[in-house]
Design a binder for this molecule. Sequence first.
Ligand SMILES: Nc1ncnc2c1ncn2[C@@H]1O[C@H](COP(=O)(O)OP(=O)(O)OP(=O)(O)O)[C@@H](O)[C@H]1O
Length: 214
Amino acid sequence: MRDLQKSYVSAGQTVQVLKGVSLDLAGAETLALTGESGSGKSTLLHLAAGLDVVDAGDVFVGETNVGKLNEAGRAHLRRDVVGVIFQQFNLIPSLTVEANIAFHARLAGKYDADWCKRLADRIGLTEQLGKYPEQLSGGQQQRVAIARTLAAKPALVLADEPTGNLDEETAAQVIALMLELVSETGAALLMVTHSSALAAMLDRRLHLRAGQVA
Ligand SMILES: Nc1ncnc2c1ncn2[C@@H]1O[C@H](COP(=O)(O)OP(=O)(O)OP(=O)(O)O)[C@@H](O)[C@H]1O
């Protein structure tokens, strides 16, 4: 990311959220993005995912200039290259755990039954594959969401407060597992978190203050 700028117009007022943010993330590197509420963390993550577009500056994911993609190109980026994990799990309620895990990989044409089985085993849910999301605890649901993202073997994983809905102990366990699995796939990880303890588990940390790198 080079000199990223992003503002929103809200109630007739322009609020500059990102004021020239640059960062590099190498393949297989893990980076925690911290900063107080409103500092622009989610905005930055959304720009990397192509969920929103920059006002100025460049976002490259590998060789792809995300800012130059149209909507279809950004959808392809999220299907083929980038995996996004949100605080709210976003599992599909009508699908079993097994079908949820396979969902993105199938869409991306990258479904690998052995890898999905291994993921189910690694997240400790082999016995629960026929269950539905509502039958699982929050920690279990987020492990399914992580497996679903990694099943498609993205080059970049973007996680926005992935354990924001979990208690501290469960959160640390889920992040440890996510880091192991991300490392196995060789993906890079950018994770937004409010927690210094969780941030310390990643390779590097970047702190945003009022839209700039502090
Ligand atoms: N779509 C939008 N329209 C208008 N304002 C927005 C929009 N998205 C974000 N903002 C504003 O941009 C600022 C930064 O929001 P952002 O969600 O990036 O912060 P954050 O650091 O992730 O905060 P938190 O830790 O509370 O999630 C906030 O003032 C927010 O109200």
